[in-house]
Ligand binder design. Structure first.
Ligand code: G4P
Length: 529
């Protein structure tokens, strides 16, 4: 197959949702359609149920055995679909944000009864800022929930989106009769089956057709006619350009549990979702069909088995063909590396591959060369942008609890930070180390992993910090900046890259500092222009 055709047939996307909306169930049903798994229950949930670190560790351990769950790939209708897994728990939202840098589009799952929830808002906001094309799937239509129009209103308002339905439910809950596919003009009846539902549809291109009444009954048929008239009146006609630009979000309805409306979603997705797109590097925009390979690391997966210390770095191929046993340039280290056993991912396994194409994810065994955000190329000096660190919200001093193991501790901390588990800061004044995290759960995870993977023990001490901000000024020699550094010396630190960071102890003191030093910029993400 030609290189260009390989690119055109790839769809790399993420499914995002608030926990419990049905992400795992939907993923599984999509895999069933792809023939990638044979039965339900094969996809492990990545949910942290009790909110405890032990849950997280258990999930990670299972994943260590079957790392493939981070990327699920399958073939459908000649299309290679790559689903990137995203953790739903808010403490691991940063992991999800990073994964979103590697997707070409997303599906947002919303629970019909709960509507727009907190995590949905945050994740959609990130996608909106990056103009990532989004499809909305309203799930659990087999249950009583909000009225379809009210829910679409809520989505438009809370998520700041512009939606248009491409399928429409006929009833809901006990009265769910079926779904009308607006794209294909056909009716798919709801049977309540939870196994693979072989879709049988009836084409109804004219809504006045009496077969519609025969299928769903007069009352439901009339309601549907009215509702679809409203849809035509209120919502814009679907336009793929607008969807691809992030200006219009098509909506599908269904029940993942009952495998209902999922095929409409999948077929719709395949028809409209983008193939791999060009990506911005600091130097230039890189197109997928360029001959030379380039890609970037968006995730590092630790091996939880202490006997095998190696890690797996996940690379998204942006351009060219990635080939096994070929030397590529690790741009940050300015070093050539060859990979003899790059992994490709499928639904339930990973396998060594000879070639990967734009849109694909390659897993590279790593003994400590990679950090999140690293770029790999055929030789060009490129730096992919867009994997920022977010301002942490929880802070603690980290102390070595076993002086005999200080080397192990330093190495462990170093590697965990490269994986993006948390951020390490060093106070300017006394060189003390501070760990900053987005969620409180990470402290336990770090402690556990230091002990089990590196044989080091640490203790924490509280530190009262409200937020860490990256500091930036046009003129580091100005009196204002010098005064700031002198007065705030106690609150200044450096991150791992050596960038200056200000620890504000309250929102009030941050405001006061911002007012007092107007020429200094305080950023809440580490990457700024
Ligand atoms: P998540 O990955 O987004 O966190 O959600 P997940 O798929 O795990 O689904 C959360 C719960 O919602 C599960 O029930 C699942 O069975 C249920 N669910 C998913 N889709 C539908 C649907 O279309 N209709 C209905 N009625 N329920 C749905 P649970 O009881 O929490 O888990 P389980 O013990 O059944 O696995």
């Amino acid at each position: 197959m030609k290189f260009k055709d390989q690119i055109a047939r790839r769809r790399t996307f993420g499914i995002i949702s608030h926990p419990d909306a049905g992400k795992t169930t939907l993923t599984e049903k999509l895999l069933l359609y792809g023939g990638a798994i044979q039965e339900a229950g094969a996809v492990k949930s990545n949910k942290i149920k009790k909110g405890a670190a032990s849950d997280f560790m258990e999930i990670e351990r299972q994943r260590g055995i079957s790392v493939a769950t981070s990327v699920l790939a399958f073939e459908y209708d000649g299309i290679k679909v790559n689903i990137l897994d995203t953790p739903g728990h808010k403490d691991f939202a940063e992991d999800t944000f990073r994964t979103l840098t590697a997707v070409d589009s997303v599906i947002v799952v919303i629970d019909v009864a709960k509507g727009v929830e907190e995590q949905t808002e945050k994740l959609v906001e990130v996608c909106r800022m990056r103009n990532i094309p989004m499809i909305v799937f309203i799930n659990k239509m087999d249950r009583e929930g909000k009225d379809a129009f009210d829910l679409m209103d809520e989505i438009e308002q809370k998520l700041n989106l512009r939606v248009t339905p491409l399928s429409f439910p006929i009833g809901m809950g006990y009265d769910l009769k079926g779904i009308y596919n607006i794209r294909e003009n056909d009716v798919h009846l709801f049977t309540g089956n939870t196994t693979k539902d072989h879709k049988t549809t009836t084409e109804i291109s004219d809504l006045q057709d009496s077969r519609l009444d025969d299928l769903v009954g007069n009352k439901a048929a009339d309601t549907l006619r009215e509702e679809l008239e409203l849809v035509t009146g209120i919502y814009p006609t679907f336009n793929r350009e607008e969807y691809l630009n992030g200006e219009l979000q098509p909506v599908f309805f269904g029940s993942a549990l009952h495998n209902f409306g999922v095929q409409e979603l999948l077929d719709g997705f395949i028809a409209i979702a983008p193939a791999p797109r060009p990506k911005k590097a600091e130097e230039r925009l890189v197109a997928p069909d360029e001959k030379d390979f380039s890609g970037f690391v968006f995730k590092i997966h630790a091996n939880m088995d202490p006997r095998h210390r190696d890690r797996l770095a996940f690379i998204k191929v942006v351009s060219g063909t990635f080939e096994r046993n070929t030397a590529y340039k690790h741009v940050r280290l300015n070093k050539n590396l060859k990979f003899s056993s790059p992994n490709a991912f499928f639904a339930e396994k990973k396998e060594i591959v000879d070639e990967s194409f734009p849109g694909d994810i390659v897993g590279l065994h790593d003994t400590g060369n990679f950090k999140i955000g690293d770029t790999l190329t055929s030789g060009e000096e490129l730096h992919y942008k867009g994997i920022p660190s977010f301002s942490p919200e929880h802070f603690r001093y980290i102390n070595n609890a076993d002086p005999m193991k200080s080397k192990q501790l330093a190495k462990g901390i170093d590697q965990l930070m490269d994986e993006g588990v948390a951020q390490l800061f060093t106070l300017e004044l006394n060189g003390r180390k501070v760990i900053g995290t987005v969620g409180a759960l990470q402290f336990e995870v770090i402690q556990y992993r230091l002990e089990h993977e590196y044989g080091a023990t640490c203790s924490y001490e509280n530190l009262n910090v409200y937020k860490a901000c990256w500091v930036d000024t046009a003129d580091t020699d100005s009196d204002e900046f010098k005064d700031f550094k002198r007065v705030k010396a106690k609150f200044l630190a450096h991150d791992k890259r050596g960038q200056l960071v200000f620890f504000a102890d309250s929102s009030f003191s941050l405001q006061m500092t911002q007012q007092k030093y107007p020429s200094i910029k305080f950023h809440f993400v580490s990457e700024f222009e």
